[in-house]
Ligand binder design. Structure first.
Ligand SMILES: Cc1cc2nc3c(=O)[nH]c(=O)nc-3n(C[C@H](O)[C@H](O)[C@H](O)COP(=O)(O)OP(=O)(O)OC[C@H]3O[C@@H](n4cnc5c(N)ncnc54)[C@H](O)[C@@H]3O)c2cc1C
Length: 451
């Protein structure tokens, strides 16, 4: 590939948001370095979205592959911001016109019960590593986490991901109980048909399995669960409709996967036996004018061999990146600009916190539009064009300001090549992803994904 003078951007995180931003910049003639902490760039599509979403996962991963295959994009796997490259060094010394943080939300919000984190993996699991385990434990050689699913677990949460956690628990415990009865079934059929229907085809009822089921505890009411979006300033009718939709989503999930649900209670204390967490003390709440109000004296104990906390994900702190509370300090979601850094931007889940593919992509699109117009001075229409590299007018715009000369571009490329070599990556993106894509459970068990 012939290298010209040009603009260079760095993106940390190559998943939905990062790849969308990279592709749009690349089509505008900008060179883009995509640094990815993992071997593969798929982020939460691979390690969050539960593995029964076969078609959605494959579709989103193909989209990411297509975007990152542009010749202006230089992919750098196994390279983590804050460990393998330093934030200040990247921002100040590499020569990037824009540094983009598309690194998502990979840390679980801590469960607000004093001292509970002493019991992580001793009766307490957090959602992010738990779902990673569920998605990958069938892979030969998987060692990142070793989790044991227990019947009668407590799930603390309220969002869509916490319903997925309750589903995983119900699917796993049901499959195990069926296996003990000599009935083989697979997680995909159980998920697709639901537990009652699968049991019916086997001539069994749920009570035959002798399971206690897991329970999802939520600190607000069922209609407050953030399972559907409510636009700002809703009318009373909009609000009522959204509440009904939320209750319907929850009740459909409960009918198909049979988990219990308790609203208006929040964990306040841990129950321990020896070295292990053995349950939680909850306190009842009420919702008053949108606020959660504790009800003193309403505490009750729930004993359980396993607690899974699924109360939201936040960005992992990275040395040098200013924060505001538990988030990166990005005061304006519309520009995504990091406080104190004129050329650093955040986009996708790291900013929106919404845990939704489409929201991540739309946010990436909005911010990159801003960056293209205001940093790289490419005309706005160029963003929508399909192949910008063939458009001389757009190229002229791109080159209007802030171009690095060929020598400086070569210096960045050399640094990139060093990191790629360290990561064992030879620059062939397609070959890399094909070689490293993990074995899929559906292929191992011969399940047809055309369901
Ligand atoms: C259980 C669960 C179920 C879900 N179900 C759905 C669903 O049904 N539908 C839906 O639309 N969405 C769903 N989502 C949410 C969706 O998967 C995410 O919102 C979306 O994938 C986020 O994309 P992103 O690119 O913003 O972030 P991420 O996918 O988190 O990507 C961030 C990337 O940055 C990388 N990275 C992180 N830190 C660093 C670093 N320091 N240096 C370099 N790279 C770094 C990560 O490895 C990752 O590749 C679900 C999520 C979960 C957890």
């Amino acid at each position: 590939m012939k290298i010209h003078r040009g603009n260079f951007a760095a993106i940390f995180g190559g998943a939905c948001a990062g790849s969308e931003a990279a592709s749009r910049l690349a089509h505008c003639g900008v060179y883009v370095a995509v640094f990815e902490q993992h071997t593969l760039p798929y982020g939460k599509i691979e390690d969050g979205l539960p593995k029964w979403h076969i078609k959605l996962r494959d579709k989103e991963e193909s989209k990411i592959d297509e975007r990152l295959s542009h010749p202006n994009i230089f992919f750098i796997p196994n390279t983590r911001l804050g460990r393998d490259v330093e934030f200040e060094d990247v921002v100040r010394n590499w020569g990037f016109g824009a540094v983009i943080l598309a690194n998502g939300a990979w840390r679980d919000r801590p469960l607000p019960v004093p001292g509970i984190d002493d019991y992580v993996e001793k009766g307490l699991y957090y959602q992010n590593p738990f779902v990673d385990w569920f998605n990958h434990y069938h892979e030969p050689g998987y060692t990142r986490h070793h989790y044991e699913v227990q019947d009668g677990a407590i799930v603390v949460g309220g969002g869509l991901a916490s319903i997925d956690v309750a589903k995983i628990l119900m699917l796993e415990t049901t499959q195990r109980a069926l296996a003990e009865k000599g009935c083989q079934t697979d997680i995909f059929t159980l998920e697709h048909q639901g537990i009652p229907k699968t049991l019916e085809t086997l001539g069994l009822s749920f009570s035959d399995l002798g399971l206690r089921r897991c329970t999802l505890f939520y600190r607000r009411r069922s209609e407050d669960m953030p399972l559907s979006y409510i636009y700002p300033d809703p009318t009373p009718e909009d609000l009522e409709k959204a509440h009904r939709v939320r209750q319907k989503i929850l009740s459909n999930a409960q009918q198909k996967y049979l988990f219990h649900f308790q609203e208006c209670c929040k964990p306040v204390e841990k129950i321990t036996v020896g070295e292990r967490l053995a349950g939680l003390v909850f306190q009842r709440t009420r919702v008053e004018n949108g606020r959660v109000v504790s009800v003193p004296g309403s505490e009750f104990a729930v004993r359980s061999p396993l607690v899974i906390s699924s109360i939201g994900s936040i960005p992992e702190p990275i040395p040098g990146i200013p924060t505001s509370g538990e988030l990166f300090n990005i005061p304006d979601e519309d520009t995504g600009r990091l406080a104190g850094y004129p050329n650093v931007y955040g986009l996708g889940n790291v900013v929106t916190g919404k845990g939704n593919i489409r929201d991540s992509e739309l946010h990436a699109r909005k911010i990159v539009h801003y960056i293209i117009e205001n940093v790289f001075h490419c005309h706005a229409g160029a963003i929508e064009a399909d192949r910008m590299e063939d458009d001389p007018a757009a190229q002229a715009e791109v080159e209007r300001k802030g171009l690095l000369d060929e020598g400086r571009v070569q210096v960045i490329l050399k640094r990139i090549a060093n990191l790629q070599r360290k990561a064992g990556f030879d620059g062939n993106y397609q070959k890399w992803v094909e070689t490293h894509r993990p074995p899929r459970l559906e292929n191992l068990i011969g399940y047809s994904k055309e369901k």
